[in-house]
Design a protein around this ligand. Structure first.
Ligand SMILES: *Cc1c(COP(=O)(O)O)cnc(C)c1O
Length: 230
């Protein structure tokens, strides 16, 4: 299957999930998670109409940027971002989806201020309470969002989550529903309902995520094929 065929199939599945949920497929932003796929694969996805490309690793993203891999589509950073790499990412991507600590938030603010720009971000929620994963605990989210609002060079556009990889399907759906509730709640209480993105769902669960209210899904394997780790 080509990348274009895979994207068409994912879009059809998204449309089915939307129909079931009484939603319009146009509401859904399809992010191609292109880690470990080369510039040619990125260009193929863009030619096939992917909405956004998302990268995980700063070094890989820089190399592909130099290769014009993303021309014609917005680029998001979706992976774990170390503080010492923030200056390579701010201003280069339309959205940093993975802001999961106050330290990272402050570093982005500092770098964006120096560049005199406003960087759009999502706050990442650690919905499974996993020790090893970044992201705000649900009970810390409102505080983090409130703090972000006092910073003038970052703008919160929504929430992102990655549930624990080992959860069974029902538990996974419960996690999605919890994050959706958090999203609706802080959107109303803190953001005058102006948040735009609820980013959840990957190759194995994007249809469930959409039925639970996601409007942005990050799909890698189902578009680009299996990744070969060496
Ligand atoms: C790799 C990755 C994805 C896509 O994962 P697949 O299971 O290959 O679809 C989505 N989100 C993030 C943050 C990722 O790192």
């Amino acid at each position: 299957m080509s990348i274009a065929e895979n994207i068409a199939r994912v879009r059809a599945n998204i449309a089915d999930a939307c129909r079931e949920a009484g939603r319009d497929p146009k509401e859904i932003t399809l992010v191609g998670a292109s880690k470990m796929n080369d510039a040619a694969a990125c260009r193929e996805a863009i030619a096939a109409g992917i909405d956004v490309l998302g990268e995980n690793r700063v070094q890989e993203m820089m190399a592909k940027l130099a290769d014009n891999a993303y021309e014609g589509a917005p680029l998001h950073f979706i992976g774990h971002l170390q503080r010492n790499k923030v200056k390579q990412v701010v201003g280069k991507v339309a959205l940093i989806q993975s802001v999961g600590s106050l330290e990272l938030l402050d570093e982005i603010e500092k770098v964006a201020a120096r560049m005199d720009i406003v960087q759009d971000i999502l706050l990442e929620v650690n919905i499974g309470g996993e020790e090893a994963k970044s992201g705000f605990a649900p009970e810390k989210l409102a505080e983090a969002a409130g703090l972000a609002q006092t910073r003038s060079h970052v703008r919160v556009r929504g929430l992102m989550t990655i549930p624990p990889a080992d959860s069974d399907r029902d538990t996974n759906i419960q996690y999605f529903n919890k994050v959706r509730t958090l999203y609706v709640d802080i959107n109303e209480k803190l953001f005058h309902n102006e948040l735009e993105y609820l980013s959840m769902g990957m190759s194995g669960d994007y249809e469930d995520a959409i039925r639970s209210g996601a409007n942005m899904v990050r799909v890698g394997t189902a578009i680009f094929g299996a990744r070969h780790y060496t």
